[in-house]
Design a protein around this ligand. Structure first.
Ligand code: ADP
Length: 478
């Protein structure tokens, strides 16, 4: 099974493909050239031999006609020449008369027989015929025996000659070609193995480098042998840096979460310990401490709830429950709930709606986002201050502006206020019940709706949050 997997992986490898390509393109031309050379040698040898035999046969034919051998087969000279001819060319000579009868056969097999063959009949009409049969290895010639004076064809000379010598040469040559091809194949195999090893080496280096990065022995991928590997290295390094940043921000988040969750627990522990440590605790003090413990529990609950909202939001927009919502009503409802809290600090909230707005949003999440902004405007306001909320829209977006006359945000903090757990003044925020997660939640909600949020602030004078959300929900690209 292991061998099978290894073989499968080798067959799928780039190395194997390179080996195959080099072998095919290196060996195929040699094989093709050898084959075509053998073929042309065969054609050439056959044609040279055919011409030579044809000439000799014509000479013999002339002598036969001149000596009137067709009528008198006793001429020793001609008989001798026929025997010599058949010996030299290792062939058979037959003499056939006008009535297609074999009158002489150097193999003495068919004398007296009648040969009805197309070639003989054609030749009796004066044609010279030459044919090579590669399968049985013979050249066959039919030469008309024509009388010089009246051009009468007296008969034909049929010669069949073995091409064994050509076949032997061909065999010898093809053995040579085979040896050369095998040699080239051998060289190509060695060459392809060496070359493919060198060509795929950068990929092996890449895998090793990635392992080193994984085990912490290396920090970046630097394989620059090819343009392609340089591209891969660059893209990987970018991704790696992004992942490192994500990793460290996750670590920071986890440590922030632990810290934030520990703070109320520590307070509760101190309160409980001091109650447990004293023997006689007055009921009033007992009540006060229990009240404080209750407040810390509320705070812990708020942090956990905020964290849960944030985590849910981070998990992409699949959890959005989009519906058509009347934004004027939504804002009015939020302000109705928050006005009593604002009134405690004599803060006045004014709503200015420029037009009726209906938009496709997640009502619960949008409520949470706007509530956070107005709550902050109350929390970080001055006594007897004001909050101005406005709603407007064009054909594409609706705009919510939350403006306050509060303490403002210092310039150096303005870029950080959307970060989780960031607070300009930690103790102040804690005192007034902040978790540092409100704006992070608001920004996530706005982004899930493909909107934008901006902040403008002057320290000591007030802050403005500008939110822009599309009227129609734009689903994320798959
Ligand atoms: P918190 O729970 O502390 O209010 P937020 O994420 O809502 O956390 O806000 C982060 C910080 O930004 C706050 O601690 C506060 O310092 C600052 N901030 C937010 N809104 C306002 C505002 N309207 N005016 C002044 N400061 C603000």
């Amino acid at each position: 099974m292991k061998v099978k997997t290894k073989l499968k992986s080798f067959l799928k490898s780039l190395k194997f493909r390179i080996i195959l390509i080099i072998i095919i393109f290196g060996t195929l031309p040699t094989v093709l050239v050898s084959l075509s050379m053998l073929r042309s040698y065969e054609n050439r040898a056959v044609s040279v031999q055919s011409i030579e035999i044809l000439n000799q046969a014509k000479i013999l034919g002339n002598q036969i006609v001149m000596n009137d051998f067709m009528n008198d087969l006793s001429s020793e000279t001609i008989l001798g020449e026929i025997t010599q001819f058949s010996n030299i060319y290792d062939g058979r000579v037959m003499l056939i008369n006008q009535s297609l009868e074999v009158i002489l056969d150097s193999y003495s097999l068919d004398v007296g027989k009648t040969i009805v063959s197309e070639k003989v009949i054609l030749s009796l009409n004066g044609e010279e015929i030459s044919k090579y049969d590669s399968e049985i290895g013979y050249i066959e010639l039919v030469v008309p025996l024509t009388e010089a004076e009246n051009q009468e064809v007296l008969g034909v000379l049929l010669v069949s000659v073995s091409t064994d010598s050509i076949a032997t040469n061909l065999e010898y040559l093809s053995d040579g070609a085979l040896i050369i091809s095998a040699g080239i194949l051998f060289v190509m195999i060695i060459l392809s193995v060496l070359t493919s090893g060198r060509l795929v080496k950068p990929f092996g280096d890449m895998a090793k480098s990635l392992r080193d990065i994984d085990t912490g022995h290396s920090n970046s991928l630097e394989i620059h042998d090819y343009t392609e590997t340089t591209h891969i290295s660059n893209e990987f390094n970018k991704l790696h840096t992004r992942m490192k940043v994500m990793d460290s921000s996750r670590e920071e988040f986890v440590s922030n979460v632990s810290h934030e969750l520990k703070t109320p627990l520590t307070s509760m522990k101190v309160l409980a310990d001091s109650l447990n440590g004293s023997d006689e605790v007055p009921v009033e003090l007992y009540r006060e401490f229990m009240q404080d413990i209750g407040n810390e529990i509320d705070r812990e609950t708020k942090i956990i709830n905020d964290l849960l909202s944030l985590v849910k939001m981070d998990r992409s927009s699949t959890g959005l429950n989009i519906e058509s919502v009347n934004i004027n009503d939504l804002i009015e409802l939020i302000l109705k709930r928050l006005r009593p809290i604002a009134q405690r600090q004599s803060i006045e909230i004014v709503l200015e709606s420029f037009r009726p707005v209906t938009a496709e949003v997640d009502e619960v999440k949008m409520t949470l986002a706007i509530t956070n902004l107005v709550e902050n405007a109350i929390k970080y306001n001055k006594p007897e201050g004001w909050i101005h909320v406005s709603l407007n829209a064009d054909h594409q977006y609706f705009y919510i502006k939350v403006e306050d006359s509060g303490i403002g945000i210092p310039e150096e903090s303005i870029n950080n206020i959307f970060e989780r757990f960031y607070r300009v003044d930690k103790s102040h925020s804690r005192e007034i019940g902040g978790t540092g997660l409100g704006l992070a939640i608001t920004r996530s909600v706005v982004h899930l709706h493909r909107g934008a949020i901006k902040v403008f602030s002057v320290e000591g004078e007030g802050t403005v949050f500008d939110v822009r959300i599309p009227l129609s929900y734009i689903p994320p690209e798959k």
